[in-house]
Ligand binder design. Structure first.
Ligand SMILES: Cc1cc2nc3c(=O)[nH]c(=O)nc-3n(C[C@H](O)[C@H](O)[C@H](O)COP(=O)(O)OP(=O)(O)OC[C@H]3O[C@@H](n4cnc5c(N)ncnc54)[C@H](O)[C@@H]3O)c2cc1C
Length: 416
């Protein structure tokens, strides 16, 4: 069914009994043209665009748990296009444009809120860097405004501007950045894919790959063998493990990233604020909770929960930036498993196995990538060619040295 104001009105009058399930719950077939492993944001959007843009309907998304139970439903929902380097810059710019039409595209309210994201600067050197970044963003066709000390003080009066350690010198405002409702994005793509005939199969873990003569033939799963013409891997924090099942050793490490939310408060923080020096960022949800997070836990892990030292570090950074946060009561914290690549940028590529494609290395920034990642990965799977917006996310860059190292920190996942 299509959602509309009329349907909301009609169902409101009839006890909300007319809503239909948002997707089917099919049994797996014995074979598919394309199997996507992983029902997170990237897997679901890939299936959607394969069906929509390339007319391939015989597709299954295999998800070991439930749709949206991974990072796509665990992130802090920030959407932005403020990358500097060739490769990242055009990709995230493409993604933000897709976000801006996503609700219409999916006929689903993903609650995109372009409330602006500001990067705070704490030194002259950082102001120079943000001036360059802003220029690069504008050359890419995106928006950026460099704010001086007085402007930030006037517009974000709730911050502590004069701490001895990190006084605020200014900031780079990106108005088209903001937030979106994370699980609605998963549900919207799931519904869109299902309507185009994609089988979304939950509780179906891929346990191995069948490869003959260098060609993918199918996948072993907890619900039996499924033959496949092509297979796309979108398993985020499990990328190195699932890749290993196909004999690939990927340049990916898995780390936990935590997030936190307070009780609901009156509107307080109108933008997304990033405090890079303290590795802390914060926004306010539509329900009023302050949503914030910080750095990775810093050690390799496949546990979807974090440890107290990082919770303490994040709380300290929050107190340094806006001391009044100390009065808010924290409701929940959680963790997700990040697929950290060795240069902090993603990998969307073919592999040495014919018909086996990989999509991984999203680090802590893959939510904003969901629309473009699905679009370009579907393009690669369907045509065998890289989409122009993602032709630098190649696996061999780790061998050739053509890294896309946005922060210039080298192969150190916890610094990206
Ligand atoms: C706390 C936190 C905050 C974040 N904040 C942001 C943010 O503000 N902005 C941003 O852009 N990004 C953010 N991210 C990152 C973003 O959430 C991820 O990069 C992105 O969601 C990863 O892609 P995905 O949605 O496909 O992953 P997932 O949702 O994790 O999907 C992968 C799926 O694969 C499934 N799977 C794994 N192994 C198998 C198997 N063998 N068989 C079948 N299925 C399998 C998993 O169950 C999972 O559902 C954050 C992440 C976390 C944890």
């Amino acid at each position: 069914m299509r959602y509309s104001a009329w349907e909301v009105f009609r169902n409101g009058l009839t006890g909300n009994k007319g809503w239909k399930p948002v997707w089917r719950n099919p049994e797996p077939k014995s074979s598919y043209d394309v199997v996507i492993v992983g029902g997170g944001g990237h897997g679901l959007s890939t299936a959607y665009y394969l069906a929509k843009n390339h007319g391939i309907a015989n597709i299954a998304v295999l998800e070991k748990g439930y749709l949206g139970g991974g990072n796509v439903g665990r992130n802090t929902t920030i959407v932005r296009a403020n990358y500097m380097l060739e490769g990242n810059s055009q990709f995230y710019s493409h993604s933000l444009k897709l976000w801006e039409n996503l609700e219409r595209e999916l006929n689903y309210n993903v609650m995109l809120s372009q409330r602006g994201q500001i990067l705070l600067a704490h030194s002259d050197g950082q102001m120079d860097r943000f001036a360059r970044l802003g220029n690069m963003m504008r050359m890419q066709g995106d928006d950026a405004e460099l704010w001086g000390r007085d402007e930030v003080r006037a517009k974000l009066p709730y911050l502590n501007h004069d701490t001895a350690r990190f006084p605020i010198y200014g900031g780079l405002m990106h108005w088209r950045g903001g937030t979106a409702r994370h699980d609605a994005v998963a549900w919207g793509y799931a519904r869109g894919a299902d309507r185009r005939g994609v089988d979304l199969i939950q509780n179906c873990q891929v346990t191995g790959f069948r490869i003959e003569g260098g060609q993918i033939r199918g996948v072993d799963t907890t619900r039996g063998y499924i033959a496949a013409g092509k297979v796309g891997m979108c398993v985020a924090g499990r990328s190195s493990q699932v890749g290993e099942m196909a004999g690939l050793r990927l340049p990916i490490e898995s780390h936990v990233l935590q997030a936190f939310v307070t009780e609901g408060l009156k509107p307080l923080i109108p933008h997304v604020v990033s405090f890079g020096m303290g590795h802390f960022y914060i926004s306010q949800s539509d329900k009023g909770g302050l949503v914030f997070g910080g750095d990775l836990d810093g050690y390799n892990s496949y546990a979807q929960r974090g440890n107290l030292p990082m919770a303490e570090h994040v709380a300290e950074a929050g107190m340094a930036l806006m001391p009044m946060i100390g009065k808010a009561r924290m409701l929940r914290s959680w963790g997700g498993i990040m697929d950290m690549s060795m240069d902090g940028s993603p990998i969307i590529d073919k592999t040495s196995i014919d018909g086996f494609f990989i999509n991984c290395g999203w680090c802590y920034g893959g939510f904003k990538a969901v629309p473009a990642s699905g679009d370009v990965f579907a393009h690669l799977i369907a045509t065998g060619n890289h989409h122009a917006a993602a032709n630098r996310f190649l696996l061999d860059r780790f061998a050739t040295g053509r890294m896309i190292d946005e922060t210039g920190n080298g192969a150190t996942p916890n610094l990206h």
